[in-house]
Ligand binder design. Structure first.
Ligand SMILES: *[C@@H]1O[C@H](CO)[C@@H](O)[C@H](O)[C@H]1NC(C)=O
Ligand SMILES: *[C@@H]1O[C@H](CO)[C@@H](O)[C@H](O)[C@H]1NC(C)=O
Ligand SMILES: *[C@@H]1O[C@H](CO)[C@@H](O)[C@H](O)[C@H]1NC(C)=O
Length: 371
């Protein structure tokens, strides 16, 4: 037995030495070999040779156990991320995909149950929310008891605290409320008491339903490290662009994160400051035409999509200038230009030719909120 293992050891050492694997320094005794084999076994679970590897590992393991009083050390496995972090990541992934879960912690929302929790378990709240959405989609396809006429899930209730939930742990209730309250009021109106072991949320039928609350909002504030820039949105000039910008700001507010790809990168004295607005799940570009006629005079402070396109690259115009005609689609107006005037004075990258674009030496990131 030991002879066979020594031969294997030599083969292993030879192979690994050729690969310059740092593990080779560890294969100096059988215990280290066992750890190495166990690691490979864990890493190659799908490999056809895994069964053979498993047999050798098991034999070596039992041999070492029989020769020793202390058990072999446990295999080092990568630490699993905490379940709360996984759940948060899943909820974000759903939001990026367009399914907002509108989570209310410590709340048990009321509603007519359409799927009962004791027979319906999910690993976390995100999957319960996704299940609610899937239930509604099944009806839309003509499934469930009455196809599109079925009573479908628009409210989910989940129990994820193993200590408090007891027999209800991981129950995922799918419920139907006749009318879902608007997002701000949903917790108060739906049975939240702040102390429940349950987590609840709602699923709106379409983006439009939950975005309604943002319809009237026209103040988009861009938050830079250097300070804020307040943009008054102009739906009368660019209705679709304003709709997408509102949706993006709402998404960022729900996720509680900053904007991943919002930045300024170009500055031209007496002309413009230019940047891009982009974030996973929000793509603000819209068709350039048709749109209402644009202003004849390109005013100082207008925020428009760059290059005669429909986004996501944009600029702020720094001086009143005529002659652009209908070239640019403008969606906002900045009255207080103090910060942009300061930004245009910041250091820029050296240029090879004078007529090249001028790029900021350091790109300036920003986040946004809508009010
Ligand atoms: C060698 O093994 C020890 C303990 O088993 C481990 O802490 C160390 O990271 C290993 N070294 C390499 C290079 O794999
Ligand atoms: C849904 O309801 C409408 C109106 O009551 C009815 O005409 C239709 O046949 C129903 N569809 C199904 C699939 O039951
Ligand atoms: C944007 O928000 C994120 C997350 O809250 C934060 O880490 C980042 O510093 C913010 N960036 C700016 C420019 O405010």
């Amino acid at each position: 037995m030991i002879g066979v293992l020594s031969m294997m050891l030599m083969v292993v050492v030879h192979r690994k030495a050729n690969c310059q694997d740092p593990l080779v320094t560890n294969i100096s005794d059988l215990r280290s070999l066992l750890i190495t084999l166990q690691t490979w076994e864990a890493q190659n679970a799908d490999h056809p040779a895994q069964a053979g590897l498993r047999r050798v590992t098991t034999e070596l393991e039992s041999l070492l156990v029989s020769k020793s009083t202390s058990p072999p050390p446990p295999v080092a496995v990568p630490a699993a991320s905490s379940s709360a972090a996984v759940e948060k990541g899943s909820l974000r992934a759903l939001a990026v995909g367009g399914t907002q879960c509108f989570v209310s912690q410590s709340s048990e929302f009321w509603g007519e149950p359409v799927v009962w929790g004791p027979e319906h378990h999910t690993p976390d709240a995100a999957e319960c929310c996704a299940a609610c959405h899937a239930h509604a989609l099944a009806a839309a396809r003509g499934g469930l008891d009455a196809g599109p006429n079925s009573t479908t899930c628009n409210t989910w209730v989940y129990c994820g605290d193993p200590d408090r939930c007891g027999q209800h742990y991981r129950e995922c209730w799918l419920k139907h409320q006749k009318e879902i309250p608007p997002p701000e009021a949903r917790a108060a109106a739906s049975g939240a008491n702040g102390n429940s072991m349950w987590t609840s949320g709602v699923v709106y039928g379409s983006d439009g339903d939950w975005l309604k609350q943002y319809d009237g909002r026209t103040t988009l504030t861009l938050h830079f490290e250097l300070g804020d820039v307040v943009v008054k949105l102009l739906p009368e000039l660019a209705p679709a662009s304003v709709r997408e910008l509102r949706r993006m700001a709402a998404l960022l507010a729900l996720e509680g994160t900053g904007c991943d790809g919002c930045k300024l990168y170009r500055s031209e004295v007496n002309f413009l400051v230019q940047g891009v607005i982009r974030h996973p799940g929000a793509y603000v570009a819209t068709p350039r035409r048709p749109n209402p006629p644009q202003k004849k005079m390109m005013q100082r402070g207008l925020a428009c999509w760059a290059g005669g396109m429909g986004g996501p690259d944009w600029f702020v115009n720094l001086i009143d200038q005529s002659g652009f005609g209908d070239d640019h689609l403008c969606w906002g107006k900045i009255d207080d230009m103090a910060l942009l005037d300061a930004i245009v004075k910041l250091p820029t990258k050296p240029k090879a030719k004078p007529n090249e674009m001028t790029f900021l030496a350091k790109e300036l990131r920003f986040n946004m909120t809508l009010s």
